[in-house]
Design a protein around this ligand. Structure first.
Ligand SMILES: NC(=O)c1ccc[n+]([C@@H]2O[C@H](COP(=O)([O-])OP(=O)(O)OC[C@H]3O[C@@H](n4cnc5c(N)ncnc54)[C@H](OP(=O)(O)O)[C@@H]3O)[C@@H](O)[C@H]2O)c1
Length: 220
């Protein structure tokens, strides 16, 4: 499958490693340009490209940049993607540490992924946001393995969500359908499922236990 990855940090780098190892055709981009991604390209066989080119022809695009950087991604980023492209959003909102206060999230109550969809101009599938980057390399297990961990996946587009869940299965993880993007607060930072390493049942339980109220200490 042709996959574009925008962001080549902890998550983007490790997804590049695993998806190329599985035989996918990966294009990867960062903010500084493809010449700064030579090492990753040599290591993995991925193509290092400019961010504006990363989604060209892609059936799956992963947006994995700091949340505050999403509005500064090139406009029309997804214009050349394949029809029906599934866009994975791995993002989290960290107002104090990184992103600054975002009123639409804190005051208007948008989920982080709903906010991310606006500048992208495309629906997203929220996945990997609570997964330790290193686990992408260290914890894949075959289907049926009792130690296989499960990831919550939220999104409004059923076809795109199914495509993403199949890809995550291929990467070595189970998935749990966490509902639509308006439900995706259940997997945001500080919820029981965030960072949880557990199987399908544990993830379902944790999603059900989530509270929509964010602790005051988290807010920007
Ligand atoms: N780290 C984790 O374990 C983890 C786990 C789950 C979810 N997440 C979430 O996933 C997102 C990415 O996290 P990360 O830890 O992988 O981030 P990171 O290591 O800081 O890497 C961010 C990447 O985004 C690129 N980038 C920033 N602005 C860009 C722009 N305008 N255009 C193109 N690329 C741009 C950076 O490129 P340059 O280096 O060239 O600037 C860098 O390659 C965050 O929202 C984070 O909260 C992280």
């Amino acid at each position: 499958m042709k996959i574009g990855i925008i962001g080549a940090g902890n998550i983007g780098g490790n997804l590049t490693r695993r998806l190329t190892a599985l035989g996918h055709d990966v294009s990867v981009a960062n903010s500084r340009g493809p010449e700064t991604l030579k090492e990753l390209a040599e290591e993995t066989g991925a193509s290092a490209v400019r961010a504006e080119d990363a989604a060209k022809g892609a059936e799956v695009v992963v947006v994995t940049v700091p949340l505050k950087a999403v509005p500064s991604l090139p406009s029309g980023l997804l214009d050349g993607a394949a029809e029906g492209v599934a866009v994975i959003d791995t993002g989290n909102y960290y107002p104090k540490e990184r992103d600054g206060r975002i009123a639409a999230i804190e005051d208007d109550g948008l989920t982080e992924s709903r906010w991310t969809e606006q500048p992208l101009g495309h629906p997203v599938i929220k996945a990997f946001n609570g997964t330790y980057a290193q686990d992408i390399l260290d914890r894949p297990r075959p289907a049926g393995d009792p130690g296989r961990i499960a990831l919550p996946v939220a999104g409004d587009d059923a076809v795109a969500k199914a495509k993403v869940r199949a890809l995550i299965d291929e990467l070595g993880f189970d998935t749990v359908d966490a509902g639509g993007i308006d439900d995706s607060w259940r997997q945001q930072p500080d919820t029981p499922v965030y960072g949880l390493r557990d199987g399908v049942e544990g993830v379902q339980k944790a999603l059900a236990q989530a509270s929509p109220d964010r602790p005051e200490s988290f807010r920007g």
